[in-house]
Structure formats: C-alpha cells, structure tokens
Design a protein around this ligand. Structure first.
Ligand code: SF4
Ligand code: SF4
Length: 133
C-alpha cells in the first residue's frame, strides 16, 4: 500500500515538474488571429497578377502559365487584339483549385505573376475565389 502511495506521489511530482519547466520556456505558439507570425520571403500565398505603373497588365496572354499548370481549368486566358494593335487580356484564376505549386509564377516570361504573403482568404463562397482581371 505504501509503495503505491509513493509511486503516485512520484508521478504527481514528475507531472508538476514538467509543467513548471514548460511554463517558463519561450512560447512557440501565437494567439492567432490577434497575433500573426511573419512569413518567409519564399512563402507561397495568394498569387497576384502584376500591373505596371500605368495600371496595365504585364501579361501578354502567351498562355504558358496555363500550359505548365498541373490542374486543369485553374487558369483561363482570353486575348483580343484591336485593329490598332491594342491588346486586351482577360485573365482568370480559380484559387479554389490551385495547389500553389508555383509553376505559373516561375515560367511566366513577363514576370506577370507573383506570390504574395497573403494567406487569409478562406471563404465559404467558392465564387469569391475566382479572380478575374
Ligand atoms: S505566362 Fe505570364 S505572360 Fe503568359 S499568359 Fe501567363 S501570366 Fe500572361
Ligand atoms: S500555382 Fe500551380 S496550380 Fe496554381 S495556377 Fe499556378 S501552376 Fe496552376
């Protein structure tokens, strides 16, 4: 009976020792979403379709991003050229299907796509994840 009592006491002591040890360690978790951690420069967040200083898309509608994309139907590009040579691009990405592999960003000859650090775009309205520019 005494041996059980001392075993229990020892285990209680060990449990408290572990708790006290951890209580004074540096925390590895954050109180998200009030506090947020800085993400790395290589972070693959929401993909931005880049425009120049005149608000013109850098995209030339070559379609390479669509070709290298492993997911069918994520990217759709419509391209029209006016008689005066002016180019109109309609670029559509479905963020709900994208797996953020980065193939499109890496292979774009115009550097017209780039990863941002944005990761808070979860929604229960799927259509909000279709980005059209
Ligand atoms: S690869 Fe770049 S330039 Fe070509 S269509 Fe895609 S975004 Fe536009
Ligand atoms: S990141 Fe990958 S899956 Fe997403 S659009 Fe680009 S190529 Fe397709």
């Amino acid at each position: 009976m005494f041996s059980d009592f001392f075993k229990g006491l020892k285990s209680l002591f060990n449990g408290h020792k572990t708790v006290m040890k951890q209580a004074f360690q540096k925390r590895v978790t954050l109180e998200y979403p009030e506090k947020k951690r800085d993400v790395s420069d290589n972070f693959r967040g929401r993909i931005e379709i880049v425009k120049d200083e005149n608000d013109k898309l850098l995209c030339i509608g070559c379609g390479l991003c669509k070709k290298v994309c492993p997911c069918n139907g994520v990217i759709n590009i419509e391209k029209q050229t006016e008689e005066n040579g002016k180019l109109h691009i309609r670029y559509e990405r479905d963020e709900a299907q994208c797996i953020y592999c980065g193939n499109c960003v890496e292979n774009c000859p115009q550097k017209a796509l780039k990863f941002t650090k944005e990761y808070e775009f979860a929604t229960d309205v799927k259509s909000e994840l279709r980005k059209i520019v």
